[in-house]
Design a protein around this ligand. Structure first.
Ligand code: NAD
Length: 505
C-alpha cells in the first residue's frame, strides 16, 4: 500500500529516512476512500524533526527568494497556473478518491484555487509601495512591503486544493518561503500541487509540505523561525492555534467554523430559493464552511411553502461516488463523522424538531460501506437545540420559523459564528438593511454562497475568525508582508545644517 510522504527542499521526502539515525519514527495514518469505506493509502505523520527539516529548508531558501524580483516570482505563478490547468483531471481525481466530492465539485474547488494564483500573478502591482515627495525640505518618504520570512499554513480536509491556494501563492509572491501542513485525511492532491510548483520553476525550499497531525502543528507553532501562521479549520483548533501562535510572537490569522443562516422572506421567489438552497445546503455533503445549514423562514406561510417544495425537490437528489457526474454529492469524510451527523439528526428529533426528510442510513447501491448521509431536512428547529447551536458539517438543512425579519436577524446576530449569511427577497430596502446591520463577515443577497472572489478577501466575524486580517486578496498581501517606512534626505551640496532638539515637524 502506498505511503504518502512529504515534500521538502524540492524533493519527495519519506519519513523513515530519518535525519537522526537513532530515530526512526514512522507514525502513519490510514487514508480512506469515503465512498467505499476502504483504506486505500497510508500517510506519514511528520515527526518534530521532519518539520524542523522543512523549516530549515524554507529558512535557507529565503534570502535568495526575498531578493528575486517580484516579476520573476510572478512568472513562476503564470507557469504554475498553466500546470494546474493541464493537470486538473488528476488533481480532481485525487480529491474525489480521498475527500469523496463529485468531480464537478472538485473542478469548481480547483478553479477557485486557480483564481488565487491568478491574483498572485499581479505581484509587482500588489507590492508597489506608497511614495510621498518633499515631506520636508529635500526630504522624501515611502513605505514598502517586505516579506516576513518563513510562514506556515495549516489547512482543513474539506478543500484540499483550494484552501492551501488561499495561502501559499500570495505568501510566496510576496517573497516569503512556506511550510504547508495539509489535512492528513486527504493529502495527495496538495502534495501533487506542491510538486507542480517545482515544475513551474520555483526554487527548492520555497515551498515545503509536511503531512502530519498535532505534533507537526505544535512544532510549527513553537519554532521561532516561523514568523506567521495561517490556519483554516474548526473553531476550537483555530482558537487554540491563534492563542499559541500569538503567545509565541507570531502573526496569526485563524479561520474557524460556521453556522450559515439564510433568511427566506415571504416575498422571495420560492422556486429560485429552493434551487439555491439545494446546492448551498447539500453540495459537497454540506462539508463547506460556507454551506447554508439554517433556513430562517419569516412567517408560517413562507415556511410551509419552503418545506413542501424542499421535500419534493430533495427526492431528485442523487448521491454516490466522485466519478459519476450525475451524482449531486458524495459521502462525508469518515465513519466517525457520519455517526456524528446522524447523532445531530437524532438529537434534533429527540428535542422536539420534526424530521421532514430523513437522510440517516441511505441505501447507496454498490457503495454500502461508504460514509454516506442522505440530504436531510429538519423543520421546527429552535435555538436551544444542540443541532442548531453546533456546526454539523453534513448534508442537513434546518428550518427555524420566526414571525419577523428583525427576529430572524437577531437569531443570526446572537449565534456564536459569523461566517456567511444570505437573504432571499425581492425587497431592495430589506436587503440593504440586512447587509448593513447583520453581524456576519460575508453576506449574500439572493446569493446563497457569497464566497468572495480572489481579489476581495475571505473571512468571517465573531468566532469564525481569530485575527485581524482576512484570508487572500488585499488582506492577504498585508498579512504576508510587513510595512517599512523610509524617510530620506539628500541635502544640496554645500548646505550646512544646524543643530535642532525640537521634534521634527
Ligand atoms: P480541523 O480543525 O479538525 O483540522 C484542521 C487542521 O488542523 C488540519 O490540518 C488538522 O491536522 C489540524 N488539527 C486538528 N486538530 C488539531 C489539534 N488538536 N492541534 C493542532 N492541529 C490540529 O478541521 P477539519 O475537520 O479538517 O475541517 C473542517 C472544519 O474547518 C470545519 O469546522 C469548517 O467550518 C472549517 N473550515 C473553515 C473555513 C473558513 O474559511 N472559515 C474553510 C474551510 C473549513
Amino acid at each position: 500500500m502506498t505511503t504518502i510522504g512529504h515534500f521538502i527542499n524540492g524533493e519527495n521526502y519519506a519519513e523513515n529516512i530519518s535525519l537522526n539515525s537513532n530515530k526512526n519514527d514512522t507514525r502513519t495514518q490510514a487514508v480512506y476512500n469515503p465512498a467505499t469505506g476502504e483504506v486505500t493509502k497510508q500517510v506519514s505523520l511528520a515527526s518534530k524533526q521532519t518539520v524542523e527539516h522543512a523549516i530549515a529548508a524554507a529558512e535557507q531558501a529565503f534570502p535568495a527568494w526575498r531578493n528575486t524580483p517580484a516579476i520573476k516570482r510572478a512568472r513562476i505563478m503564470f507557469r504554475f497556473k498553466e500546470l494546474l490547468e493541464q493537470n486538473a483531471d488528476t488533481i480532481c481525481q485525487l480529491i474525489g478518491e480521498e475527500h469523496g466530492k463529485i468531480s464537478h465539485d472538485a473542478a469548481g474547488e480547483l478553479q477557485r484555487g486557480i483564481e488565487n494564483v491568478e491574483f498572485a500573478c499581479a505581484a509587482p502591482e500588489l507590492l508597489k509601495g506608497e511614495h510621498s515627495k518633499n515631506v520636508g525640505p529635500n526630504i522624501d518618504s515611502w513605505s514598502e512591503f517586505q516579506p516576513l520570512g518563513v510562514v506556515a499554513g495549516i489547512t482543513p480536509f474539506n478543500f484540499p486544493a483550494m484552501v492551501p491556494m488561499w495561502m501559499f501563492p500570495l505568501a510566496i509572491v510576496c517573497g516569503n518561503t512556506f511550510v504547508l501542513k495539509p489535512s492528513e485525511r486527504d493529502p495527495s492532491s496538495t502534495l501533487l500541487i506542491a510538486q507542480l510548483l517545482k515544475e513551474a520553476g520555483l526554487p527548492d525550499g520555497v515551498i515545503n509540505v509536511v503531512n502530519g497531525d498535532k505534533e507537526a502543528v505544535d512544532t510549527l507553532l513553537s519554532d521561532e523561525r516561523v514568523k506567521a501562521v495561517s490556519f483554516v479549520g474548526s473553531t476550537p483548533v483555530a482558537e487554540s492555534i491563534y492563542s499559541q501562535a500569538t503567545t509565541n510572537g507570531k502573526r496569526c490569522q485563524a479561520l474557524g467554523g460556521a453556522k450559515n443562516h439564510a433568511i427566506v422572506m415571504p416575498d422571495a421567489d420560492m422556486e429560485n430559493t429552493v434551487n439555491q438552497l439545494l446546492g448551498a445546503a447539500f453540495g459537497s455533503s454540506g462539508e463547506r464552511c460556507m454551506a447554508l445549514s439554517v433556513a430562517v423562514a419569516v412567517g408560517d406561510e413562507a415556511a410551509d411553502a419552503l418545506v413542501e417544495r424542499m421535500q419534493k425537490a430533495m427526492q431528485t437528489l442523487a448521491i454516490g461516488d466522485y466519478s459519476n457526474v450525475n451524482n449531486d454529492f458524495g459521502p462525508v469524510i469518515t465513519k466517525a463523522h457520519q455517526e456524528k451527523v446522524n447523532g445531530f439528526i437524532s438529537s434534533a428529533e429527540q428535542q422536539g424538531a420534526k424530521i421532514a426528510v430523513d437522510g440517516r442510513n441511505p441505501n447507496v447501491v454498490g457503495f454500502e460501506n461508504g460514509f454516506f448521509v442522505g440530504a436531510t431536512l429538519i423543520d421546527h428547529v429552535s435555538k436551544e437545540m444542540d443541532s442548531y447551536r453546533a456546526e454539523i458539517f453534513g448534508p442537513v438543512l434546518q428550518v427555524v420559523r420566526v414571525k419577523t425579519m428583525e427576529e430572524a436577524m437577531q437569531l443570526i446576530n446572537d449565534h456564536e459564528y459569523g461566517n456567511g449569511t444570505c437573504i432571499f427577497t425581492r425587497d431592495g430596502e430589506a436587503a440593504r438593511y440586512f447587509s448593513d446591520h447583520i453581524q456576519v463577515g460575508m453576506v449574500g443577497i439572493n446569493v446563497p454562497l457569497p464566497v468572495p472572489v480572489a481579489y476581495h478577501s475571505f473571512g468571517g466575524w465573531k468566532r469564525s475568525l481569530f485575527g485581524d486580517l482576512h484570508a487572500y486578496g488585499p488582506d492577504g498581501v498585508r498579512f504576508y508582508t510587513k510595512r517599512k517606512t523610509i524617510t530620506q534626505r539628500w541635502p544640496s551640496s554645500g548646505v550646512r545644517e544646524g543643530v535642532s532638539f525640537s521634534f521634527p515637524s
